[in-house]
Design a protein around this ligand. Structure first.
Ligand SMILES: C[S@@+](CC[C@H](N)C(=O)[O-])C[C@H]1O[C@@H](n2cnc3c(N)ncnc32)[C@H](O)[C@@H]1O
Length: 283
């Protein structure tokens, strides 16, 4: 694994996201910290050429990482993220660290997601927005005394599925086409004492849903959403909702139009930075 890194003004973070949005040769990680004016940009690739190409355009440093656990190399431990009054997402790894987080944030449920190979530490705008929608949707269902189930498509670290379990979902399933993400999700479910959550390796593009869920969350990327809308819509139980994220602002119109053609009825759109999250019902 190779990594390119560079410091940049935090106000330019969106610009960097956009610059790298179409770069399929690696993964951009933006490490930002509340109250700090700089962000640390990191671009990871399996091979050296893509990171060298980035360095040639933007300067910065290139390093060869000998271990695969690349995200753990992120320059600093990310600060905890609060979601409504309900959760604190933190990078605690061990039971002792989780206990420490519980003591620091009384009254909140802790979700421990150490930086790892899979996406989803709660810091990205898309994850944070879906988490908020999930908390609100769970509260509504709880107030109405309804039982509910949840599917997390493109589970990454498993964060959304774990949150759904902690919010009271009775049946939770997550999937990812990346076996490393599935493994990490299972480890995170164990770490967070949510053993009922199931994770499987599934490519959503080749998926034929055999069940339905009351809440289906898919924070995947617009091109996968566009292609998978028929399956996504079919996987939502009657009266259920679909939460979609991973859509860049510039792609939202086309993506949501494709969703509408497949039967997605948008009820709420949240824009955070350059990212759009949409929630709605299905016909
Ligand atoms: C943006 S991350 C979201 C992770 C996590 N759910 C979150 O909200 O933070 C997208 C995830 O979708 C997975 N993914 C991308 N295309 C997929 C596909 N066709 N089928 C299943 N998973 C996919 C990626 O491996 C990645 O883990």
């Amino acid at each position: 694994m190779f990594v390119w890194s560079k410091l940049s003004a935090s106000r330019s973070a969106d610009l960097w996201e956009e610059r790298f949005a179409e770069n399929k040769d690696g993964t951009l990680v933006i490490n930002s910290f509340p109250g700090r004016k700089m962000v640390c940009l990191e671009f990871y690739s399996e091979t050296q050429a893509p990171v060298k190409a980035v360095q040639k355009i933007y300067g910065g440093k290139v390093k060869h990482l000998k271990t695969q656990n690349w995200a753990a190399h992120a320059s600093q431990t990310p600060p905890p993220v609060k979601v409504r009054d309900t959760f604190v997402i933190c990078a605690a790894k061990t039971d002792a660290e989780i206990e420490k987080a519980r003591a620091k944030f009384p009254g909140r449920e802790i979700i421990a997601v150490p930086a790892d190979m899979a996406f989803g530490t709660g810091h990205h705008a898309t994850t944070a927005t879906v988490l908020r929608l999930l908390v609100d949707a769970a509260e509504e269902r709880q107030a109405a005394g309804k039982k509910w189930s949840m599917a997390d498509l493109g589970c990454g670290s498993g964060i959304l599925a774990i949150a759904a379990d902690k919010l009271g979902a009775t049946r939770v399933w997550g999937c990812d086409y990346d076996p490393a993400a599935v493994k990490i999700s299972k480890e995170n479910a164990e770490r967070n004492e949510t053993p009922k959550v199931r994770f499987t390796k599934v490519d959503v593009l080749k998926w034929e849903p055999k069940q339905q869920w009351d809440i289906v969350a898919a924070n995947i990327f617009f091109d996968v959403l566009e292609a998978a809308f028929p399956q996504l819509v079919r996987s939502v139980a009657p009266g259920g909702v679909l939460m979609l994220s991973g859509i860049l602002k510039s792609q939202a119109k086309a993506c949501l139009a494709a969703g509408k053609r497949a039967g997605f009825v948008v009820e709420k759109v949240v824009t955070k930075g350059k990212w759009v999250t949409a929630m709605g019902t299905v016909k």
